[in-house]
Each structure stands twice: as structure tokens, then as C-alpha cells.
Design a protein around this ligand. Structure first.
Ligand SMILES: *[C@@H]1O[C@H](CO)[C@@H](O)[C@H](O)[C@H]1NC(C)=O
Ligand SMILES: *[C@@H]1O[C@H](CO)[C@@H](O)[C@H](O)[C@H]1NC(C)=O
Ligand SMILES: *[C@@H]1O[C@H](CO)[C@@H](O)[C@H](O)[C@H]1NC(C)=O
Ligand SMILES: *[C@@H]1O[C@H](CO)[C@@H](O)[C@H](O)[C@H]1NC(C)=O
Length: 598
């Protein structure tokens, strides 16, 4: 996880530094505490200037300060991880590897094919000196944050950054849409005295017949949020990026041929056919569960092994169990998604290394007093009711209706139960169940001081609630139980695994039941496809900014490209049966049933 930023001025009278404010710098440093550097690049005729600022969190290999610059004056900022697709040798650094590949690209097609092949989360900024081009963008799911801001017509400034602060005077920041990658021809824009962006969108395959339609719809979508004086164009030869996943399988099973009400119990033949069908269905389910488990396990493996574990090697001695540090933490509600991830992490994290389970609870004492109040209660505190991770809100929401009241209870209880199961699965592992209790005062203070700014430019009540929960959880400051006694603990694990993406793909939210009831499987397919498409703007940019603020890196196993492709290949009927009761309806539940994740 790194903080990257670039400010561009075209024929501006202002000094470029004017656009680079202290608040933003401070936020960027928190994301990349291990190295901070900046670099200014000006065109020889001064028609444009760019300031690049890079802040690095060191996770693997040798520390590679950013921005990188090569002999041809190309410049590169990378906030990403290559988990696959582009070879990174054991002693190599992914930032350097990407930069080297980019510098070898001779055409736009080369650059697009490079980014099409990377597997893993990324956002980047690349200055291609020979063409005076600035390239930037986010990966297919938008797993890394990148914001942009455009100056007014006169100023022709443009800024990109991982995280920013709201400024009263300034213009709005927006998330860079994860719709493709962008290019600016700096020289041409300077000559035209106006900013024009080229967009190269993601597509499933470059031979799709509907290319034209896709281009138009993406273009519309992206340009509707741009200021009027910014032009957005697509390349006339329809260049595009290849999506790293396959499209969603929208097949709907034909209604089963069985006539309801027919008594078949006397017909031995029928019964055995039925049993056989049941058996085959079971076998089929089993196979699917194993396939799912395998692909998810690989995804978790990549995410827990790709990080720096140097300290232990340095001391060379076997540290006592109490001073072993965890390198991997899980945002742990005790719900199915976080359980599966923790159990799979256990398979791959070295056995002598503890795993931190981060479990957050909000201590809102005022709660009982609020109970009697009506829904109309408009005071700000009432919104705290929503303050808990999505999952448990959902569960409660389904049970108790609109006015949610979840403070410490649900996640702490499921969390402890989850811990027990994990301890049973692997008793020799040190499981640090970190109880993070947040008081109302602390919540108010930190939300004001910083969490609001990280959530920005998103601003809904739900963003606020989830954002606060994730911020406190990933900070990792709480208590662990040591022989029955609670002692203070701070998780220093730099990698934080989260289960986001599971419910979006496996129809785990209660809104999916509503959708299914109303519109059937067809409607549910549409809903799931839409939700995965918007997960970048709904969740991921925000979560990356929040977790990155602690100098930690969010990793999302359920959004691994292979996991998504596997799930996309299955028709909805294989993934969720919403005619079953809540909780046991989904494929991931089967995983727990088999008990074979251990
Ligand atoms: C490359 O270097 C950066 C900065 O030191 C670090 O964050 C990243 O984890 C490294 N990657 C690899 C693959 O070594
Ligand atoms: C479109 O792509 C072609 C091939 O890379 C390139 O020659 C041309 O300049 C591009 N056009 C624009 C408007 O970027
Ligand atoms: C945190 O909250 C839990 C549940 O309410 C409580 O049992 C525990 O003692 C609290 N921990 C601390 C350190 O206050
Ligand atoms: C979609 O699912 C159906 C039913 O399992 C299967 O027959 C078909 O091959 C799948 N299609 C794709 C493109 O994977």
C-alpha cells in the first residue's frame, strides 16, 4: 500500500506547489510511512509541469522509493501488488518490474496489454516522456483508491491522489472511475489550452460484437460526472483492456420436471431414480465446494505469503511464543466470510506465527435511553445505530426491522464463537482475538478528526458507519485475553484480510432475498452483476483509504480474479438457493458444513 499523487498544470501562472497542500501530504504519508519523495517534471518549453509525490509502505523485497525515474525520463508511481500474470522474481520488486515493462512498450496497444495481464490490485500514474503522455487508472475492481480533481477552465490544473481532504475553496474531488485506464496528451492539451482525457475501457473480449454499445455506455457514464470543460474521448480504433475475469453465467435452470403432489412413494423405480438424482446432485455440490475451496485457498495463500517476514529471519533464534509478531490480520466478525478466510489463512501462514482476529464493538451506553424514542429522532446519535459491520447490520436488520440497534453484542458474541471453532481446528496456532471496544467519545473524536476525510468523497450514512467500523477494526488497538486476563494489545500486522465481495457474489445480503422474491433468478442475476460492477465506487476505494491510513494493506481474497471467474462461471442456482432459510442458502455455507476447510 502506498500513497501516490500527481499534480499537473498546463500553461499556468501558478506555482505547481500551490496545488499540493499540507493536509493531503500528511494523509499520503500515513499510507506510506517508509519513504516519501517528490519530483517535478517540466516540459522544455514549459507548456506543462507535473509534480509527482510517492509514499511507500514497505511490504516485500527491498525498499523501492517512489517516484521511479529512468534514463529516458519516464516516471512511475505504483500502488499495487502483482499476485500473478506478470512475472516477478524472488529478488525483484513489482514496482520496478512494472516500470521496466512499461518503458519497453512501443505503442498504446503494448501498454494496454501489460495492464490486461496483471492479476492483483493496483492504481498507478505513469509519465511517458517520449510522447508527453500521462497514463493512470485503477484495476478492474477498483481495489486501490485513486481520486481526481479538475481545476477551472482558466487554470487548467489537474490532480490525482490516493487520498485527499475536502477543501472549502477548492473543487470537488471524485474517485477515478474503475472503468478502464486514462491517458492525457500533455503537450496537445497545453496547445489546445484545454484538458482532454482518452479512456481505454475494460471489456470481456476485444472481439465482442457490441463494442460500439459498450464504448458509448462507458463514455456516457464517465463523462456525466466530469466538469463541462473536460473532454473525454475514446480511441477511434476502439482500443481496450481485456477484463481479467469471465462474464457472469446468467443461465437459469429449467423448472424441475417433477409434478408437485404426485405420490411417488409406491413406485420403487421412481424412488431410486430420485435417490440417484439426489446423490448426483450431492456429488455435484461436493465437487463444486471443493473447487471453490481450492481456488479461494490459493487466493488466500497469495495474500498471506506475499509479504516481508524478514525480522524473524534476522534474529535467527526461535522467539518465545509471546514475542512472535502476527504479520496477517483478519477483519473478524465471526460471520461465515471472516471464518472461512481465517481458516484458510491458517493453512498457509507459518504455524509459529500468530494470526490477529480483529473484532470491533461499539460501546454506546446512551443506547438504552434512546430505545424508547421514535424513528423520527433526527439527532446525529441515532445514526450510530447503523454503526456496525455490514454483515451483522444485515442480520439484525432482517430480524428487528428498520430501527437497528447493534452495539457490542452481536459481533462480539459471534466473534468469540468463531474463535472457539478456530481454536478447535488448529489448537497449536496462536489466535489473537483482539477485542476492540470503541466508546462514543472516541468515536466522535476520531470520526471528526480523520475518518470523515478518508471516507470523502463518499458521504452517505452507511459509508460513515462502515467506514468507522473498519477504521477502528483495522487500527487493531484493543485487548487480548491472556490466561483469562485482558491485556492491552496492538496489532502490527501490515496485511489485513477482509471478506468483502463474498456477499455481492453469493447473494448474501437481505436485499438479494427481496430482489429474488420480486424478480426471480433473472432479476437476481442482474442485481449481482450490477453490484460487482459498482463495488469499486461503493466500497473498495473507501476501504482502501481507511485501512491504508494505518500504514496497512487491505487484501480481498473473494475478489481475486480466479475466485471471481470461478464464481462467475456458475449459474446463480449453484451459488445460492434463496428458497432456503437465511444463513444456509449459500455455497459458502456448504464449505463450513464439509468441515474440510481445516
Ligand atoms: C517493492 O517495493 C515496495 C517499496 O519498498 C514495497 O512496498 C513492495 O512490497 C515491494 N514489492 C516486492 C514484490 O518486492
Ligand atoms: C488511437 O490509437 C492509435 C493506435 O495506437 C493511435 O495511433 C492514435 O493516435 C490513437 N488516437 C487517439 C485519439 O488517441
Ligand atoms: C470490551 O467489551 C466487552 C463486551 O462488552 C467486555 O466484556 C470487555 O470487558 C470490554 N473490554 C475492556 C478492556 O473494557
Ligand atoms: C453456465 O452454466 C451452465 C449450467 O451449469 C453450463 O452448462 C454452461 O456451460 C455455463 N456457461 C459458461 C459460459 O460457463
Amino acid at each position: 500500500m502506498c500513497g501516490i499523487c500527481c499534480v499537473v498544470t498546463l500553461c499556468s501562472q501558478h506555482a505547481i506547489h500551490d496545488f499540493f497542500n499540507e493536509g493531503m501530504l500528511c494523509r499520503l504519508r500515513r499510507r506510506g510511512p517508509d519513504s516519501s519523495q517528490r519530483l517535478i517534471k517540466a516540459a522544455s518549453d514549459l507548456s506543462y509541469q507535473c509534480l509527482f509525490s510517492g509514499h511507500v509502505l514497505h511490504l516485500r523485497g527491498l525498499l523501492t522509493p517512489q517516484p521511479l525515474q529512468d534514463a529516458n525520463n519516464n516516471i512511475f508511481l505504483w500502488n499495487g501488488e502483482i499476485f500473478n500474470g506478470v512475472h516477478v522474481g524472488d529478488l525483484e520488486n513489482d514496482t520496478e518490474v512494472m516500470f521496466r515493462h512499461l518503458a519497453l512498450c512501443n505503442s498504446e496497444v503494448d501498454i494496454l496489454s501489460l495492464f490486461s495481464s496483471v492479476r492483483g490490485p493496483w492504481s498507478f500514474i505513469y509519465y511517458q516522456a517520449s510522447r508527453h503522455s500521462l497514463w493512470f487508472g485503477r484495476d478492474y475492481f477498483g481495489r486501490r483508491s485513486l481520486l481526481w480533481q479538475f481545476g477551472n477552465e482558466v487554470d487548467s490544473t489537474f490532480c490525482l491522489t490516493s487520498v485527499s481532504v475536502y477543501s472549502k475553496s477548492g473543487n470537488q474531488w471524485q474517485e477515478v472511475p474503475a472503468s478502464g485506464i486514462f491517458k492525457i496528451d500533455l503537450k496537445a492539451c497545453a496547445a489546445a489550452k484545454s484538458l482532454s482525457l482518452s479512456l481505454f475501457p475494460w471489456k470481456y473480449s476485444c472481439t465482442e460484437k457490441t463494442v460500439e454499445e459498450i464504448f458509448i455506455s462507458v463514455l456516457d457514464q464517465v463523462s456525466k460526472d466530469l466538469p463541462n470543460h473536460i473532454h473525454l474521448v475514446m480511441n477511434e480504433s476502439k482500443l481496450c483492456l481485456r477484463a481479467p475475469v469471465i462474464p457472469l453465467n446468467k443461465t437459469i435452470p429449467e423448472a424441475s420436471g417433477e409434478c408437485p403432489g404426485t405420490d411417488i412413494s409406491n413406485n420403487i423405480h421412481m424412488v431410486s431414480v430420485k435417490t440417484l438424482q439426489g446423490f448426483l446432485a450431492e456429488e455435484h455440490k461436493k465437487k463444486l465446494v471443493h473447487q471453490f475451496l481450492d481456488v479461494l485457498s490459493e487466493a488466500v495463500k497469495r495474500r498471506v505469503l506475499f509479504l516481508f517476514r524478514g525480522e524473524d529471519q534476522k534474529t535467527r533464534e526461535v522467539p518465545s511464543i509471546f514475542n512472535r509478531k502476527a504479520h496477517v490480520a483478519v477483519l473478524f466478525s465471526g460471520g461465515i466470510d471472516s471464518m472461512v478466510i481465517a481458516a484458510l489463512a491458517d493453512k498457509h501462514v507459518p504455524l509459529e506465527e500468530p494470526i490477529d482476529l480483529l473484532n470491533v464493538a461499539f460501546m454506546i451506553k446512551e443506547k438504552s435511553k434512546l430505545k424508547g424514542t421514535t424513528k423520527k429522532d433526527t439527532n446525529r446519535e441515532a445514526q450510530l445505530d447503523l454503526l456496525c459491520p455490514q454483515e451483522s447490520c444485515q442480520h439484525l436488520g432482517a430480524k428487528t426491522g428498520a430501527h437497528l440497534s447493534c452495539f457490542d453484542v452481536p459481533d462480539r458474541i459471534t466473534g468469540r464463537a468463531g474463535l472457539k471453532e478456530l481454536e478447535a481446528i488448529n489448537p497449536s496456532r496462536t489466535w489473537n482475538f483482539v477485542e476492540i471496544n470503541v466508546t462514543l467519545e472516541e468515536l466522535k473524536k476520531l470520526r471528526q478528526q480523520c475518518i470523515n476525510r478518508l471516507i470523502y468523497p463518499l458521504d452517505s450514512v452507511l459509508d460513515d458507519s462502515i467506514g468507522c467500523a473498519i477504521w477502528f477494526a483495522s487500527r487493531g488497538e484493543g485487548f487480548i485475553s491472556n490466561q483469562g486476563e485482558l491485556k492491552p494489545y496492538k496489532s502490527v500486522a501490515k496485511v489485513v484480510l477482509t471478506g468483502i465481495g463474498a456477499d455481492e457474489q453469493l447473494a448474501g445480503y437481505s436485499r438479494h432475498r427481496v430482489c429474488f422474491k420480486k424478480y426471480g433468478l433473472e432479476g437476481l442475476n442482474k442485481e449481482l452483476e450490477m453490484e460487482l460492477n459498482r463495488i469499486s465506487s461503493r466500497n473498495l476505494g473507501r476501504d482502501d483509504r481507511i485501512i491504508g491510513d494505518h500504514g496497512k494493506e487491505a487484501r480481498f481474497p473473494f475478489l481475486d480474479e480466479d475466485v471471481v471467474s470461478f464464481l462467475n462461471s456458475l449459474p446463480i442456482s449453484e451459488k445460492a438457493d434463496l428458497t432456503l432459510p437465511r444463513g444456509i442458502a449459500s455455497l459458502k455455507y456448504c464449505i463450513l458444513q464439509t468441515g474440510e476447510y481445516s
